[in-house]
Design a binder for this molecule. Sequence first.
Ligand code: 13P
Length: 259
Amino acid sequence: MTRQPLIAGNWKMNKTLPESVAFTRDVVTALAAHPITVDVVVAPTLLAVHAVAQAAEGTPIQVAGQNVHPSESGAFTGEVSAPMLKAAGCNYGIIGHSERRQMFGDTDEFVQQKLRALLNHSLKPIVCLGETLEEREKNQTKERVSSQLSIACQNLTAEEAARVTVAYEPIWAIGTGLTASPEQAQEIHALLRQQLVESFGKNVANTMRILYGGSVKPSNIESLIQQPDIDGALIGGASLKVDLFTDIILTAQQFNEQS
Ligand code: 13P
């Protein structure tokens, strides 16, 4: 079963609006000589989403929101809704990032509501999950990620699940330079895949992408993407530099063409 790899850059709270647009143009230029056969997504700050979507129009780059509120509108100061993301040019939304869970109190149930909101507005959710270092050391990784996945995907039909991308991001590997080894990551990806098979059937589960995130860089993308259940990457730091981000995209693409 081949799944089209997805390389996504999560810019977090980095880059002003003009910087975001200039960066997008630079990536487009750097990729121009290569027909792009992987999916490429960038998630700028909400302030830059619209301008980046405009700069990316007609190019292989698609745009994601870094967060979304479950409601369509209302008294939710500082929040942004799925129809707003859609109207601004997004077609993906990142939800459940560990930084949102740890710093802004996003619970598994809240992530589930956000996932529903994205699907209801034809946005493709990228749902992040992962264990802390403490959970890994206590041998609780499988239990933790499995419960995050099952709550996030509760009440989805198989057709809805097919539009979801999962991103496994071990928290101890985010921004630390520590990467899960390809084998460590594959072990968890295989577990998540099996859970998706049990919930949505083999046909759907085998089309769903499971990304790895946590200190992905040009030097480790190849060994990660070679794993049978790693279908791309969600990248923080290395997605902020044109040469690193495009290197990762082109390496993933090369592997895709060979396989
Ligand atoms: P780093 O690639 O900087 O470790 O960040 C990963 C991440 O959190 C992507 O969402």
